[in-house]
Design a protein around this ligand. Structure first.
Ligand code: NAP
Length: 259
């Protein structure tokens, strides 16, 4: 299937590893030129070079912290006029409700709500001028079914989801589609860190923590980031022109809900 986005230009935030990288690679495979971002310059440079070689697309890199205002300024300067924006950042740490103070919430809101909103605010106007644009926000299954230990994430992502629900309807008449992509457990460094956290806290091995968690997923395993990237590319495609403000869950059936 030709997704019809060859030659478009995309900013993919937090894309040197994991789900962001998978989205960048899937877009590059469709002939999309990229702006990639992460804080660590080395992995970013390695992965961007690999993508250029493998897919023959143009790739610019912006090493910065997407959650900081300075980082957002840098990204916005380079990314003016992009057709596609994929918002992503690291997730907040797990804990108990008693652990979290105001500063922890501010940090989580900056990373997982206000950073994507700042980038949308800055980059939507040119998409609207062109009459075509796609935004995919990587959020989490926790938007539909809370993960108790990820209260910071649950809170911040709920805020972003509310913003997208309204804004996506305001920009849809101008050919711009904003949707959210909700990962369940995927095989990335993030899930390794969460399993290690469970293991350290519960006195069980890493493997036991992983097996216990995976046994709760109907497909019995973690998702493959490559499949996640392919869904992201579809949401950025010409065929996603009738999808507005949706929350697309990729979780192996983990969220036990009828709708
Ligand atoms: P990951 O494997 O740890 O990769 C995170 C990527 O984001 C890296 O490239 C990292 O590079 C970059 N990054 C992190 N913080 C950044 C920042 N402040 N500014 C710029 N780049 C940053 O994580 P992942 O599993 O792909 O997760 C991506 C998002 O999906 C997270 O928000 C996570 O909470 C959410 N999620 C993941 C899962 C899962 O199972 N994997 C499930 C639900 C939700 P640097 O460290 O060099 O900056």
């Amino acid at each position: 299937m030709d997704l019809g986005i060859e030659g478009k230009r995309a900013l993919v935030c937090a894309s040197s590893k994991g789900l962001g990288l998978a989205c960048a690679r899937a877009l590059a495979a469709e002939g999309v030129n990229l702006i990639m971002n992460a804080r660590g310059a080395e992995a970013l440079s390695d992965e961007s070079n690999a993508i250029k070689t493998e897919f023959g697309v143009a790739v610019e890199t912006v090493p910065c912290d997407v959650t900081s205002m300075q980082g957002q300024k840098q990204l916005i300067e380079v990314a003016q006029g992009v057709d596609i924006l994929v918002n992503n950042a690291g997730g907040p740490p797990p804990g108990m409700w008693t652990d979290w103070q105001r500063d922890d919430f501010v940090k989580a809101l900056d990373a997982n709500m206000l950073a994507p909103i700042a980038l949308m605010s800055a980059l939507l106007p040119r998409m609207i001028d062109k009459g075509w644009g796609r935004v995919v926000n990587i959020t989490s299954q926790s938007v539909k079914s809370p993960i108790a230990a990820l209260g910071l994430s649950n809170s911040a992502r709920a805020g972003l989801t509310g913003y997208v629900a309204g804004t996506s309807r305001q920009v849809a008449p101008m050919g711009v589609c904003i949707n959210n992509l909700l990962p369940g457990s995927h095989a990335t460094a993030r899930i390794d860190a969460l399993d290690k956290g469970t293991s350290d806290k519960s006195g069980i091995t890493f493997e036991e923590a992983r097996a216990a968690r995976q046994s709760t997923i109907p497909v019995g395993r973690d998702g493959n980031p490559k499949d996640f990237g392919a869904m992201c590319a579809f949401l950025c495609s010409q065929y996603a022109n009738f999808m507005v403000g949706q929350n697309v869950l990729l979780d192996g059936g983990n969220v036990n809900a009828t709708i």
